[in-house]
Design a protein around this ligand. Structure first.
Ligand SMILES: C[S@@+](CC[C@H](N)C(=O)[O-])C[C@H]1O[C@@H](n2cnc3c(N)ncnc32)[C@H](O)[C@@H]1O
Length: 309
């Protein structure tokens, strides 16, 4: 997650991508282009950067600030459509590097109208793509207690998921759940007194609803299915994740295609699978203390890098 002037794990991203000047790179999560800007500084006149984001505000920002650069292309789309995007902008030719900086951007989180923050009053929206139909509130209205509780448990590991789900439905019936602050107060009420003094009791539920509404894990799984076939030999895949559910998917994917351990059986899989297509590139997994001091959102970031072989 990065501010445009302070993208998360920038040095590791640039080192991880191992940029060649005339290469073609894809920034799947443009945001405000913090990483894109630095990639453009590294590629030469023959290089190309294709950026993707599903957020209309990210698109407007890209058009105003980046599209003068003839090496830059922007597509408002889900990154899981990467294959078609590469067909469109790179004549179906493979690329030299793909970057994913997952999750919500700082501008999304900081704008109360987007409804991502439990500390700022706004509509219960949480859509990254505001042209999509399903807001968080609409989903809470349509879903039943079991469905809400499952989402809170599965994507937020929320231990009071059922209690919260019940109170959400009750509050919707009495028309007393309208804003993000209503929702965050409601969640806090479901915690026992000893725990409810903590300010961040709503963190897990907000995260869970956001992941569900934006199909974040499905999007990640879908792009990983295609990604291997889209990268040139020697090209790099760099993925930054912000919570354990995402990181587990990324780690399993890299292990499965490199000589890592098979997570499930704990057995080395190198000898079982001779057609390995990735090599793990070792970089520090987490941001340094210095970086975390400068940008608190780097605290939960994890970066994984792999090279196509
Ligand atoms: C953490 S921010 C990226 C910040 C960016 N690296 C920067 O330096 O400004 C993630 C961005 O990815 C976008 N995004 C998340 N999931 C997406 C998906 N499945 N398809 C397209 N864009 C997505 C979000 O809208 C958000 O703008």
């Amino acid at each position: 997650m990065g501010l445009s002037h302070n993208p998360v794990l920038l040095n590791s991203v640039i080192e991880g991508l191992n940029i060649i000047p005339n290469g073609t790179y894809i920034d799947c999560t443009f945001g405000r282009g913090g990483h894109s800007k630095n990639i453009l500084e590294k590629i030469g006149n023959e290089g190309k950067l294709i950026a993707i984001d599903k957020d209309g505000e990210a698109e407007s920002y890209a058009i105003s600030n980046f599209t003068n650069d003839k090496r830059f292309y922007f597509e408002r789309n889900n990154f899981s459509n990467i294959k078609h995007i590469i067909e469109k902008y790179n004549n179906s030719q493979k690329v030299n590097g793909i970057l994913l900086d997952l999750g919500v951007s700082s501008p999304q989180l900081d704008n109360p109208k987007r409804g991502f923050s439990f500390m700022k009053e706004g509509p219960i929206d949480m859509r990254m793509d505001t042209s999509s139909h399903m807001t968080a509130l609409l989903w809470l209205q349509e879903a039943n207690v079991n469905e809400i509780s499952d989402v809170l448990k599965q994507y937020g590991e929320e231990k009071y998921s059922r209690r919260i789900a019940k109170l959400i439905k009750k509050s919707l019936e009495s028309d007393s759940l309208k804003t993000t602050i209503d929702l965050s107060k409601l969640i806090n009420k479901c915690y026992p007194k000893s725990e409810s003094r903590k300010k961040n009791t709503a963190t897990r539920s907000f995260q869970a609803i956001r992941i569900f509404i934006n199909k974040e894990l499905e999007e990640l799984e879908k792009i990983l299915e295609d990604i291997l076939a889209l990268v040139e030999k020697g090209g790099r895949i760099v993925i930054i994740s912000f919570h354990s559910l995402e990181d587990r998917i990324v780690k399993n994917f890299i292990n499965k295609h490199s000589d890592g351990k098979n997570i499930i059986s704990k057995l080395p899989i190198a000898n079982l699978n001779k057609n390995l297509s990735l090599k793990k590139i070792k970089l520090p997994l987490k941001a340094s203390e210095v970086e975390i001091k400068k940008n608190i959102r780097a605290r939960s970031a994890r970066i994984r890098v792999a090279e196509k072989i």
